[in-house]
Design a binder for this molecule. Structure first.
Ligand code: FAD
Ligand code: NAP
Length: 335
């Protein structure tokens, strides 16, 4: 399929529901067609999945590329594991539901994360103690510059916390499919050590479905639905600080939640920092730091401009820097 739209007004391209006009939108199931269109137009371009990690603050004077790469297939299996190849445009949570149904383990902790398969390796999505990198066997891409297909091993993807090689080379590599390595019955490695997962699960038996349902129930109780309050999940990454900085902050704020890392550094809860600066539940120009999870910035309605969200986020960055000497790095990509 190939569809090209010009000067097209959009409201449904991202979960912030920003109302912008895109100079061009190309939707295609052919990486070659996409590459040719980009080369021919010589305009900036952006690959878009479900837009659940994107904020638009102005019209997009270039090409929004919406890949249509669907389908999934088992490409190899034995008694213990299965290799499942999935098209980049498939919905991530629908895939998690499917794998749990098949009793294939590995993705259940990542339940209810919005977005597409193709975006999962891009920022190495993670939740409840699991990251996409832990389950990825191969990422297949189309190099839009050299116009050729390449397979990336997990090592070549250079995954780290909410980061990857692709994030450092944005839009060059169009991810076309991701192959996951999943476990079969008897070989599952359940991970319920994170936060209140164990406690919320209660006395129910341990299986993939129970973990998925528990994660869904916790997420639904804490996170706003972007269809009611447009948002893109956590707006900032949790900052990582060194030992000296940690010691001085811990002395001043003994109640500060901290997560020591194996590297000797410390991960700090960005939500706690934001709360301490007085933003939790505070509305400024139609934007709110969600009361139950202030790391999630929401518009109170879709008509609010993306500019207001950016301005709110900058106020937070300023306040957190001033009070804690920590710069909160954005997780959401802003255009
Ligand atoms: P988009 O937002 O469309 O794109 C994100 C980035 O990926 C862009 O830079 C884009 O260019 C690039 N990209 C997308 N598709 C491709 C492709 N095929 N090839 C190359 N580059 C591509 N994230 C987490 O990690 N953990 C969570 O628990 C989590 N919870 C969330 C909860 C809510 C309510 C929301 C709204 C978001 C949450 N997120 C979370 C963020 C978001 O779901 C993820 O970043 C997701 O992977 C984005 O997918 P997408 O298809 O919407 O990507
Ligand atoms: P939470 O459980 O209240 O914890 C707050 C923060 O502390 C989390 O962001 C988490 O970092 C960190 N943390 C908590 N327990 C930890 C542990 N045992 N080891 C290391 N770090 C720990 O957070 P929440 O908001 O309800 O989110 C729950 C999970 O969903 C988290 O993994 C979070 O990342 C994920 N989530 C992500 C987004 C997004 O848009 N990126 C949105 C909603 C939820 P980590 O973020 O590194 O896990």
């Amino acid at each position: 399929m190939l569809e090209i739209l010009e000067n097209h007004p959009t409201v449904s391209l991202n979960t912030f529901r920003d109302q912008i006009i895109a100079r061009f939108i190309i939707k295609s199931d052919s990486p070659e067609n996409i590459a040719d269109f980009i080369t021919q137009k010589k305009l900036p371009y952006l690959i878009v999945g479900n837009g659940s990690n994107l904020l638009f603050t102005k019209d997009f004077e270039g090409i929004l590329v919406i890949p249509h790469f669907f389908g999934k297939a088992v490409i190899d299996e034995n008694d213990k594991v299965v290799l499942l190849k999935v098209g980049a445009s498939e919905n991530f949570d629908e895939l998690v539901a499917y794998t749990v149904q098949q009793n294939w383990g590995g993705l259940e902790n990542l339940s209810l994360i919005p977005g597409t398969i193709g975006a999962a390796p891009y920022q190495n999505i993670g939740a409840y103690g699991v990251e996409a990198k832990d389950r990825i066997f191969k990422v297949s891409v189309f190099d839009l510059k050299k116009k050729k297909s390449i397979d990336f091993s997990p090592e070549a993807c250079e995954f780290s916390y909410r980061d990857s090689f692709f994030k450092h080379h944005p839009n060059r590599y169009l991810i076309t499919s991701v192959t996951f390595l999943l476990t079969k019955q008897g070989y599952h490695q359940y991970n319920i050590s994170y936060g209140n997962l164990q406690e919320s699960k209660g006395n129910q038996p341990l299986n993939l479905e129970i973990i998925r349902n528990t994660v869904i129930q916790i997420r639904q109780s804490k996170l706003p639905d972007y269809r009611d309050l447009p948002n893109a999940g956590s707006f900032f990454k949790n900052p990582i600080i060194d030992e000296t900085h940690f010691k001085s902050l811990h002395a001043a704020y003994p109640a500060m939640p901290i997560y020591p890392l194996s590297t000797g550094s410390y991960k700090i809860s960005a939500a706690w920092l934001i709360d301490q600066c007085g933003f939790k539940g505070k509305v400024i120009n139609g934007v709110i730091a969600y009361i139950k999870q202030p790391l999630v910035l929401c518009k109170i309605n879709p008509e609010i401009s993306g500019k207001n969200v950016l301005a709110y986020s900058e106020k937070i960055q300023e306040a957190v820097l001033k009070k804690f000497n920590i710069f909160l790095e954005r997780e959401v990509a802003v255009y």
